[in-house]
Design a protein around this ligand. Structure first.
Ligand SMILES: Cc1cc2nc3c(=O)[nH]c(=O)nc-3n(C[C@H](O)[C@H](O)[C@H](O)COP(=O)(O)OP(=O)(O)OC[C@H]3O[C@@H](n4cnc5c(N)ncnc54)[C@H](O)[C@@H]3O)c2cc1C
Length: 490
């Protein structure tokens, strides 16, 4: 359906404050992609509301005019979620950056969705609190984006992902109704619609106020750096540490390509340059508990073949050890102009085998792959490095990405751990779920958004973009399999 964007722009200007509607071609360029730069589509219009009431007014107008919309936070997503592929209004939350309420007695903070992840900890650190989910993009990504992607991060191994730290959500539904999901309490008896919304990638509505759980900062923290002569040995250390019952706050691995890039980027060899892999293990808790866990983890790393071990207890030295990990993607970006970051999950025990297989796939496709990832929860982030502009390279990159994800699924894992499905992985969703499963998910979506105007075309396979999925449905139908209506409407 074609929309009259000129007329919509005039109506939006009447509803919103001055300079809250972006319509100039040059300015719209800033919204044509997210962190997945392979997929670019310039939206016809962008709005920048500041309040829940303004978001509700915009969505009511969209509802009346039948206009689809896409929520956007900071645009750091890696699965194409914040991009308007088909013509849709982009509703960006970058002016919704207020902390609405701070309730330290009950360890809660209420924020607008555009608040940047790391600002939450910054706001409460002086009182001895912090917000646990810490994506590596935390200095840029928004809490609204974190909710929509159910984001993880280094500390999610011990403390859980975003859904474990969101107590309530104020949400504007696609028809403009404002509602609250969750009670703000730790436990409540209602159906968990808050949980359903978290991770729904902007397909159920727009979160406009988010109540977050705060944690007390731990008494003691230690970071261990272990280096290995093979990725397999580092993978074995991860297995041994978790099998021994140690639960690190974070456990991250980097391969040689990443180590070299990081050392070049930092300008000194923070990580041993000749290592095939390094492992960073953070332990936190009471002083004696941390000391005992650090000793045990160090012994297990040695048993797995660690060549050297370094321990950091002081904040400054710990930050130095983490700096390389946190800047790994930028460091690789300096060496290779383009990258495609994947996000597969495998059972921890399969790590050594899958890492070796990824190396094989990288050679077969003739494209370098760097590995920097949340090893403790088996969440791989293979970074496919390439030079854009080479003929056919984008197709090769995407084929390699798909092969890696297929490997993860075959190893009993998943096509995504924390970056969401978006548009990037929608054609792979039916590798994991049957038509009945997909239909059930669609029923939930329809309950929030019967006309499917919220972030259209995302998450679920579409017949236009997923020929293989469409063929599978045709074959099943030809075989006489009764498919639920929702499974084939996509
Ligand atoms: C260098 C780098 C490192 C990263 N590291 C991690 C990591 O360690 N862990 C991790 O989980 N992710 C990581 N990411 C991915 C990304 O930062 C997260 O997915 C993040 O949550 C996206 O937030 P955003 O504000 O940028 O959202 P956007 O990219 O703007 O949007 C993401 C999705 O959220 C939806 N959305 C945005 N705001 C709202 C709202 N208010 N209501 C409803 N839907 C909304 C959008 O429609 C879209 O589908 C990384 C990305 C980069 C570039």
């Amino acid at each position: 359906m074609r929309h009259d964007w000129g007329a919509l722009e005039r109506e939006l200007r009447r509803l919103l404050p001055p300079r809250a509607v972006v319509a100039a071609r040059q300015e719209l360029l800033a919204y044509d992609c997210d962190g997945l730069t392979l997929n670019r589509h310039q939206p016809p219009l962008v709005v920048l509301p500041e309040t829940t009431e303004q978001v509700a007014a915009v969505l009511r107008l969209c509802h009346e005019r039948g206009v689809p919309f896409v929520a956007r936070g900071s645009g750091t997503g890696l699965s194409g979620g914040a991009v308007a592929e088909s013509e849709a209004l982009v509703i960006a939350t970058s002016r919704m950056r207020r902390v609405l309420e701070l309730d330290l007695d009950n360890r809660r903070v209420v924020v607008q969705p555009g608040v940047i992840n790391s600002w939450v900890t910054r706001a409460v650190a002086g009182d001895g609190f912090y917000y646990a989910p810490d994506p590596s993009s935390q200095v840029a990504c928004s809490i609204g984006g974190n909710v929509a992607e159910n984001s993880g991060g280094v500390h999610c191994l011990k403390y859980g992902v975003t859904s474990n730290h969101v107590l309530a959500l104020e949400v504007v539904l696609p028809d403009g109704t404002v509602t609250t999901l969750g009670s703000g309490l730790d436990e409540s008896p209602e159906l968990d619609l808050r949980g359903a919304f978290i991770g729904s990638e902007g397909t159920l509505g727009i979160a406009t106020a988010i109540t977050l759980r705060l944690l007390r900062a731990p008494q003691s923290v230690a970071v261990l750096l272990a280096d290995f002569s093979s990725m397999e040995a580092a993978g074995e250390a991860v297995r041994l540490v978790t099998a021994a019952g140690v639960l690190p706050a974070g456990m991250e691995m980097m391969d040689r390509l990443t180590i070299e890039a990081v050392d070049d980027y930092l300008g000194h060899d923070e990580y041993p340059r000749d290592a095939a892999a390094v492992l960073l293990i953070e332990l936190d808790g009471q002083q004696r508990e941390v000391a005992a866990a650090a000793e045990l983890a160090a012994g297990l790393c040695r048993q797995a073949g660690a060549r050297s071990l370094r321990q950091a207890w002081e904040e400054e030295e710990r930050a130095l050890l983490w700096k390389g990990r946190k800047s790994a993607i930028s460091a690789l970006g300096r060496r290779f102009p383009s990258y495609y970051l994947q996000d597969g999950v495998v059972p921890r025990s399969a790590l050594p085998r899958v890492l070796a297989a990824i190396d094989g796939l990288s050679r077969r496709h003739g494209l370098p792959v760097a590995n920097v990832f949340h090893a403790g929860d088996g969440n791989l982030h293979p970074l496919i490095l390439y030079r854009d502009g080479e003929p056919g390279v984008r197709e090769r990159v995407q084929e390699l990405g798909a092969d890696i994800l297929r490997l993860c699924v075959e190893a009993g894992g998943s096509i995504t751990g924390e970056h969401g499905v978006g548009s990037d992985k929608r054609c792979y969703l039916d590798w994991m779920y049957s038509p009945d499963d997909l239909a059930t998910m669609q029923l939930l979506r329809n309950a929030f958004d019967p006309l499917r105007r919220a972030n259209p075309g995302k998450i679920f396979p579409t017949p236009r973009s997923c020929a293989e999925s469409a063929r599978r449905v045709q074959v099943l139908r030809a075989e006489g399999v009764q498919l639920p209506e929702e499974a084939v409407v996509f």
